[in-house]
Design a protein around this ligand. Sequence first.
Ligand SMILES: Cc1cc2nc3c(=O)[nH]c(=O)nc-3n(C[C@H](O)[C@H](O)[C@H](O)COP(=O)(O)OP(=O)(O)OC[C@H]3O[C@@H](n4cnc5c(N)ncnc54)[C@H](O)[C@@H]3O)c2cc1C
Length: 271
Amino acid sequence: MKVLVADSDRFTHSLAEPWARLIQLVQQTGVYSHVVAASGSFGKNIVPRAAALLDVSPVTDVTEISEPRQFVRPIYAGNALCTVRYTGADPCVLTIRSTSFPVDLQAADSKSNEAPISQVDLSTFEEESIGKSRYVKLASQDTERPDLGNARIVVTGGRGLKSSENFKMIEKLAEKLGAAVGATRAAVDSGFVPNDLQVGQTGKIVAPELYMAFGVSGAIQHIAGMRDSKVIVAVNKDSDAPIFQVADYGLVGDLFEVIPELIEKLPENFK
Ligand SMILES: Cc1cc2nc3c(=O)[nH]c(=O)nc-3n(C[C@H](O)[C@H](O)[C@H](O)COP(=O)(O)OP(=O)(O)OC[C@H]3O[C@@H](n4cnc5c(N)ncnc54)[C@H](O)[C@@H]3O)c2cc1C
C-alpha cells in the first residue's frame, strides 16, 4: 500500500493547478494505491477533478477507515453512516474528515512505525506548466483567535444576533474564552460575518471540546457541521428550537441578556 497525501500547503504553494499536478504525479509514478486529501476547501476543490480525470470514483468525507479499501462516511447531512467498499481501480481517492481522527500525530507515529513516510519531490513536475492558472500569494486573516477548524472552544452566532454590530458580542465572548468564532449560513448570508466562519454542511466541520450556539435554530445543515462537538451549549429564546435536541446544556433565554452577563461574569484569566 502506498499512500500519497495531497496536503494543501505543499500543493498550493509550490505549484500551479494543484489538481493537474496531482494527476501528473499519480500517472507518471504509477505507484500509489491511495490518494488522500483533507476534506476542506482544498480537498473539495482538487479531488473531484483529479478523480474524474483519473477515471476513478472518489470516496469523500471519510470518518473511519475499517480496512484499506473499506470506509465509513456520513450521508443525509450526517444523519446516517454508510460503510463503503471501494472496488475500483487504483488509486483509491479519498477525502478525510480530520475532526474524526485524533489530532495527536505523535501518538499515531509511535503506533505505526512500520509505515515509512517519504517526501515527494514535486520540483520536477513544475516544469511542464499547464498555464491556465498560477499561484500568486496566500492571503490569510491576521487574527490572534484560534483556527475554527481545530479550536478547543467555538462560539457561534446565528441570525438571532440580528446585525453585524450585535455580532461583536460573540467576538467579545470568544476573546474572553480564547475561542474561535463560528456562524450559521443565515448569519453569513445576512452579512454579519465573512463566509469563512460558516459552520455546517456547506461550511466548516468542527468538533471542539465546547461548542456554544447563540441564536441558532439548529437546522439539519448546521448540525451536520458541529454534532461531533464534545459538549454543546445552546441559548435560544424559542424552547422548541431544534438545537436543543442536540444540546447537552440548553438555556431558553434572550441572548442579548445572556451574552453580556457571561462576558461580565467570566473571570479575566479564564483561558
Ligand atoms: C443546501 C443547503 C446547505 C446549507 N448549509 C448550511 C451550513 O453549512 N451551515 C448553516 O448554518 N446553515 C446551512 N444551511 C441553512 C440552514 O438550512 C438554515 O437556514 C440556517 O442554518 C439557519 O441559520 P440560523 O439558525 O442562524 O437562523 P434561523 O433559522 O433564522 O434561526 C435564528 C434563531 O435565533 C433565535 N433567536 C432570535 N432572537 C433571539 C434572541 N434574542 N435570543 C435568543 N435566540 C434568539 C430564534 O428563535 C431562532 O431559533 C444550508 C441550507 C441548504 C439548503
